[in-house]
Ligand binder design. Structure first.
Ligand code: NZQ
Ligand code: ZN
Length: 385
């Protein structure tokens, strides 16, 4: 196992009817800006619950943060805060609203052009406004990590940053708030969480026994409850497990001390930035192809994954690896997520565009071995057609 530091200060308040706990979680004298997305939080009543819980605080609101939150929209929130007395942020929504809030928190006191935070991957961030979250969509793990992914519309770029200053102080996770999710978002959440585990697990052996068994357990839970979550919208046991598994998939625990890949995510971000394909769908397109193209460097872990996660024990090594990849693809397809670029009307010509963007963003050495060059990325995209 590699040396590591593990730090996660986010307090989780989990369970039904926990939104009222905001009253004790948000400092008494806070002047709060509530940030949210389109109209789901208003329509479902979640915003009203939040307002009631904070009735004794000064609150302002900023709505309209889109899926794949944009720099352009978020800078309006930054301006609003700079011209007000706001000193605490509260994100109410899914990964997009939480990521957007992290960026706003870091940008408000940033000296210089805040897009540089994304260009430099967060190392420039010296402070951030404190914030909490009320999670409404299990998927990204953003409620308990220090990452944020922001889209710059003008630059057609989707970039991420990490900073210890943007861990949420707390996250309220009420599984009943997921009952209103459209099936497409439920499927996306399952596929995103599944791929987060794979990015940290399916690399090469590093003798991380705890990390491996935890990762395999999380994958098996997603395989078990993903389809169930699609079939029932209001089953508390299923939704509570879905919510917690998605958090643990990307709160740093299973990735500590082991190699990590993330090439599927980086190539996927370019697909979202150029073509607007949902984040999770880009992963479902690219992950099976990545496993196929990188099968030699990932051979040992592919066999371990096939056996421990999918119970594949018969056949020679090549057959077992083929089957593990095929099961992965079917898992996504069974959630109703199509897994080929052609399903999204993209073809050979689009591959050039994506590779050019990877190059422009300096993403020329991806993967756990830093050996996914532009040429290998091209092969992955070709294998995704
Ligand atoms: O905008 P509203 O009207 O609120 O609707 C949202 C949105 O359209 C809707 N929704 C959310 N909760 C709902 C609901 N609808 C009904 N009932 C509810 N309870 O769902 C739609 C999608 O929301 P979004 O927040 O965009 O989804 P998700 O949580 O999947 O977040 C995706 C974003 O997170 C980034 C992605 O790149 C993408 O930008 N990621 C962030 C990561 C991180 N911070 O660690 C890691 C991930 O790999 C990912 O990259
Ligand atoms: Zn993701």
């Amino acid at each position: 196992m590699r040396n590591f530091k593990y730090y996660n200060p986010t307090k989780i308040v989990f369970g039904e009817e926990t939104i009222s706990r905001l009253d004790s979680l948000v400092p008494r004298d806070a002047r709060v800006l509530i940030l949210y997305g389109g109209n789901s939080a208003e329509k479902t009543g979640t915003l009203d619950e939040v307002r009631s819980a904070l009735v004794n605080r000064t609150i302002q609101e900023f709505g309209g943060i889109e899926a794949n939150p944009t720099y352009e929209t978020l800078m309006k929130a930054v301006e609003l805060i700079r011209n007000s007395e706001v000193n605490f942020l509260l994100a109410v929504g899914g990964g997009s609203v939480i990521d957007g809030t992290k960026f706003v928190a870091a940008a408000v006191n940033f000296a210089g052009e805040p897009w540089r935070i994304l260009e430099e991957g967060g190392s420039l961030v010296q402070s951030a406004l404190p914030f909490g979250t009320v999670l409404t969509l299990p998927a990204t793990g953003s409620e308990m990590n220090s990452s944020s992914v922001i889209t710059n519309k003008a630059k057609q770029a989707k970039r991420d940053f990490m900073s210890p200053f943007v861990f949420p102080q707390f996250s309220i996770m009420d599984p009943t708030k997921t009952y209103t999710l459209p099936l497409r978002q439920v499927a996306n959440g399952v596929a995103d969480a599944f791929t987060h585990v794979m990015e940290q697990y399916l690399t090469y052996p590093a003798n991380g026994m705890v990390q491996d068994r935890f990762a395999e357990g999380l994958l098996q839970i997603l395989i078990e409850i993903g389809p169930q979550a699609m079939n029932t919208s209001d089953n508390y046991e299923i939704r509570s497990n879905l919510m917690w598994v998605a958090t643990l998939a990307l709160n740093g625990l299973i990735g500590a001390g082991v190699p990590q890949d993330w090439s599927t995510h980086y190539i996927g971000h370019e697909l979202t930035a150029l073509y607007g394909i949902d984040h999770a769908r880009t992963l479902a397109i690219l992950l099976p192809a990545t496993l196929k193209i990188c099968r030699e460097s990932k051979r040992v872990k592919l066999l371990q994954y096939g056996e421990r996660v999918w119970g594949i024990t018969s056949g020679d090594e090549e057959q077992r690896i083929d089957q593990a990849i095929a099961y992965t693809r079917s898992f996504f397809e069974d959630l109703g997520i199509q897994t080929h670029l052609s399903d999204y009307n993209l073809g050979v010509d689009d591959i050039d565009r994506v590779v050019k963007q990877l190059e422009a963003h300096g993403l020329t050495q991806l993967g756990e071995n830093r050996d996914i060059t532009l040429d290998i990325s091209r092969q992955i995209l070709q294998a995704s057609l």
